[in-house]
Design a protein around this ligand. Structure first.
Ligand SMILES: C[S@@+](CC[C@H](N)C(=O)[O-])C[C@H]1O[C@@H](n2cnc3c(N)ncnc32)[C@H](O)[C@@H]1O
Length: 311
């Protein structure tokens, strides 16, 4: 793909000021949606898809046009914009500097859950952590480092933290840290807050919830992750395509259900960079539909979607 061109320049006029769609429109929401849809032309769709690819490496094919429309139409309404050309100009304008997160959000999914693909957490407790602890002891360091890359709203890093607390009885004596990052700053803020609906936490087995969550003060029906869990995790916004101000080596990296959006070269570069940050013998956990066949020389498949750095 080529780099996204300046949208307003391509249109031959300066970025238009936003108009209030709500004020202009007196018809029903459905009528209004189809009116807006008509303004999502080929040029606008291609511009937005290119911008998202350039910024986040996310490939948005033409078959996603309807999805993009239905997800963005609400965003346009919230912003008081009545056409997609207005929106394209807005994302490039100084006022729209913070819009990239929402745009990318509309093109991807933040879907996640506690202990998603539970076999990964079993493997972490039974194989990856004992290995990391033994290596650290050999080196005379009590240091453990894990990374949840693409952490969404935090369920993944909290699941790692709970596994760590349950599997390492003397964890307090270790310098243990979980780095949790996501491109989407709103997701990072939610993850950092660590507040989840009561019914979600109630579904976790007792050992994975007791002592790890408590009713969130002032928020009925919500549970908050314990201070102990939070202390273990450092939440940071980070674009996996950009620079990584992170310090390895990591004993394990979870990069799950993120690469599904990337094309092959982007995925390859990312896996190479992740592997370089793993300690030899460290583990890379990927999503259930992600395979890394090209990386067999440095990574060995050791379990279902679990890879190990061999050298
Ligand atoms: C489907 S969620 C996966 C969450 C979690 N890892 C899991 O498997 O349950 C994908 C996440 O990847 C993030 N993401 C997409 N592109 C990214 C990029 N270039 N850099 C960092 N995060 C990205 C999205 O914001 C989203 O929160």
């Amino acid at each position: 793909m080529q780099a996204a061109k300046d949208y307003s320049a391509a249109r031959g006029k300066p970025a238009p000021a936003s108009r209030s769609a709500r004020a202009r429109n007196s018809g029903s929401a459905t009528e209004f949606s189809s009116e807006i849809e008509a303004t999502l032309g080929e040029r606008e769709f291609r511009f937005l898809a290119q911008l998202v690819y350039d910024t986040a490496g996310i490939v948005v094919g033409p078959h996603k046009r309807n999805m993009v429309f239905s997800r963005l139409v609400r965003r346009l309404r919230d912003l008081g914009l009545s056409t997609f050309p207005d929106y394209c100009a807005y994302v490039q304008s100084p006022e729209g500097a913070d819009e990239m997160g929402s745009l990318i959000n509309a093109m991807t999914t933040n879907l996640t859950r506690f202990f998603r693909e539970d076999h990964h957490f079993e493997f972490l407790a039974e194989k990856a952590l004992p290995f990391a602890l033994a290596e650290a002891r050999k080196e005379g360091k009590r240091r453990l480092r894990l990374w949840s890359a693409g952490c969404s709203s935090g369920e993944e890093p909290y699941s790692i933290a709970i596994t760590l607390k349950n599997a390492v009885p003397d964890l307090a004596q270790w310098d243990a840290k979980i780095l949790a990052t996501d491109l989407d700053t709103q997701m990072v803020a939610r993850a950092r807050a660590g507040i989840y609906p009561e019914e979600v936490i109630a579904e976790l087995p007792r050992a994975r919830r007791e002592g790890h969550f408590a009713p969130a003060p002032g928020e009925a029906g919500q549970m908050a992750a314990s201070a102990d869990l939070r202390r273990l995790i450092a939440f940071k916004p980070l674009n996996l395509l950009g620079d990584w101000p992170v310090k390895g080596p990591f004993d394990a990296i979870f990069c799950r259900n993120v690469m599904i959006y990337f094309d092959k070269p982007t995925k390859q570069r990312l896996v190479d960079r992740l592997t370089a940050l793993l300690r030899p013998g460290g583990y890379l956990f990927v999503g259930h539909s992600e395979t890394l066949l090209e990386h067999q020389s440095t990574l060995k498949l050791v379990g279902r979607t679990i890879y190990r750095r061999t050298a």
